[in-house]
Write a protein that binds this ligand. Sequence first.
Ligand SMILES: Cc1cc2nc3c(=O)[nH]c(=O)nc-3n(C[C@H](O)[C@H](O)[C@H](O)COP(=O)(O)OP(=O)(O)OC[C@H]3O[C@@H](n4cnc5c(N)ncnc54)[C@H](O)[C@@H]3O)c2cc1C
Length: 403
Amino acid sequence: MQVDIAIIGGGPAGSAAAITLAKSGRSVAIFDKAKFPRDKCCGDGLTTLALRLGESLGLIPSKISNWKDVQEAILHWDDNRSVPCALPSGSGSYAAVVPRLDYDQALLDIALANGASVYQGHGLESISIESEKAIMAIDGLGTVSANSVIAADGMWSPTRRLLGLSIDSYRGEWHAFRQYFKNVGPKANKLHVWFEPDLLPGYVWSFPLSGRRANIGFGVLRGGQISISETGQIWKDLLSRPNIREVLGDEFEPEGRHTAWPIPARVNAIPLSHGPVLFTGDAAAAADTLTGEGIGQALLTGILAGEALLEENQVAKIAKRYERSVAQELFSDHQMSLVLQKILSHPKATRCALSVATSTKWTRNNFVRWMFEDYPRALLFTPKRWKRGGFRRLGAYTDRVEH
Ligand SMILES: Cc1cc2nc3c(=O)[nH]c(=O)nc-3n(C[C@H](O)[C@H](O)[C@H](O)COP(=O)(O)OP(=O)(O)OC[C@H]3O[C@@H](n4cnc5c(N)ncnc54)[C@H](O)[C@@H]3O)c2cc1C
């Protein structure tokens, strides 16, 4: 089989790239080893960045099962401090929670509707570069050659590994657990974040889902105060901590098994291209290094890869354009997140920062908007964004009636 553009992986990064290209009439084929709908170990939280980009790609919340808008985040620290922080109302959506089973399927459907070919249950098995073209073996399909490849195949990126570009012993910056629960108490109908001193700069979350369900999990920084081998025990102990239990109620029950997965967050220190191959999303280690969120970054890098292919037609120029645009959009935010992560590594500094950030209604409103990326974290260092009205941007879906 011969294709113009092959996309390896049909998660948010792969679908975003496919939609961008297919909408402009380019011929694209997505190959994913999984059959959709498929789950992905994730908190299912959509930040403002993810919501805005999802809207631009054609995602319609009312058409996606189990979409849950979030209007308020409740922050907990110091065992007994909890502060509700409201997101702006009447100016669009700033945060939402959607199970990845539904979200990823909806994005893939848009790619299909725009003319992308989607091969599910067909994983990449080998890849080599010959005369600036990619020659791949795809499970069940045989040899596929492509002029360009977008690697959107997640944290362990088989494309990167098969090209010999993996970094030995790299396991991601974060390690995170998540599990779905049913019959959670009424307080768990809101979004909660706990800054537990032993997990800093990591945190625990309970993200609300419809029908008394919640996505609950926690993440810790690799090399931080907790070793990864201890996290299994922490997970067992976490749900019995009184401050967390109080929100979850007495009747909550697990649904299925918990899952754990790494989060890669080093976008400025990883090759973003190799010949005709562009790396996107988790395959480009694009998650935010402060919060571990990566859906918005996956959409963004997928779109940027698509745009680079639309705007240039030589392999070297495509790669250069893509790398430049990723650097422009993500590197300053990444640097700023690294600085903040250092501050949040210390319980005293965290306590102090949270006390100040939640001291008045104004600081609470702005802090929570900032948490959900309404203000990109490095806005002060990227004056280009000021012109776009970065300090007063509306949320996504401004014409939609919130529910
Ligand atoms: C516990 C946890 C909680 C998280 N919570 C959040 C959150 O609340 N909000 C947020 O924004 N981010 C969160 N993240 C990060 C987020 O899940 C990822 O950043 C995001 O999924 C990256 O999307 P992607 O498209 O790059 O990769 P993925 O979503 O991982 O998709 C990769 C695709 O590649 C396919 N693939 C793999 N190997 C092959 C192969 N050989 N051939 C073909 N296809 C292949 C896979 O089947 C998969 O469909 C969390 C991560 C974890 C681990």
